[in-house]
Design a protein around this ligand. Sequence first.
Ligand code: ADP
Ligand code: TRP
Length: 321
Amino acid sequence: MRTLTGITPSGTAHIGNYFGAMRPAIEAQASGDCFYFIADYHSMTSVTDPAERRANTRGIAIDWLACGLDPEKSVFWLQSDVPEVCELTWLIGSLTPMGLLERAHSFKDKTAKGISPNFGLFAYPVLMAADILLYDTNAVPVGRDQKQHVEMTRDIAIKFNQTYGETLVVPESVIREDVAVVPGLDGQKMSKSYGNTLEIFGDEKVLRKKVMSIVMDSRTPVEPKPDAERNLCVQLLKLVAPPDAAADLEGRLRAGGLGYGDLKKALFSHYWDFFAPARARRAELVAHPDYVDQVLREGAGRARSVASVVMRRARKAAGLE
Ligand code: ADP
Ligand code: TRP
């Protein structure tokens, strides 16, 4: 049973990414055959500065390794280190109806926002399908927004198999229903696009300021707060604090007597402690760039050995050899 997912190399990882995507992926390493890659080819539709792409790609690779991605257990590589994915994109793209791509929500959303579409944006789901199909993937864990892309991958694989004979494994999406949507510092879903993120890594002063600036209501500290479980700081505390500590703070808030300033201080301190081991690992990784290069190089080698077998099968089926 092979699990594969792609990681978008955009910006700095936040705790929504951690609880929603990184931690489940890292936990899955205990039980399965995991393939994780950084989707740097996909970043080409949004980033056109080479230095920015390089920095983002490397930064996100280090973030994942620091948070517990284990290159002994998982295959971890950069998408563009296995360029066969572009060849498979062409083979399957030649069977993909325009209508299917025109119905993609992500494409429709971007064009609705006024982004003038280019071929890369339109073909984005075909490249994503190639990512999945190139590695005989069974399961694709993704956020809800990517479900449609995995459905398209299934349609494309079925079409290829009908046209050229059984060649490609038809994957399933795994939507992480049990994973809570992490609220951002303004109470909406935490997202880079809303500017309400709390980063996993970064400068202590800046991050403390972000936490201390969370806007609360105007009730006085002594007032009991019967709705304590809906308090944003309490919700975030439940993610980063040991359960008894979170329950204790929630109880004190409910009873009255705990001020919001103290609540925010407690939140910051638990959040800072929660990520302390990852922060230490990240500092190590930053100090050893050769190690990171080697991990990605070895990962690419392992990924490529699977990809070349599937690519050969697809080329033969299609009469390219
Ligand atoms: P952003 O919205 O900040 O741009 P991405 O779209 O890059 O985040 O998300 C990367 C991964 O992190 C996806 O799997 C997504 O489901 C998950 N994720 C992002 N924000 C949250 C959140 N607030 N709560 C839970 N998971 C999240
Ligand atoms: N499009 C995905 C996202 O924006 C990233 C991605 C690229 C991906 N290729 C993939 C996810 C293959 C799963 C499988 O999050």
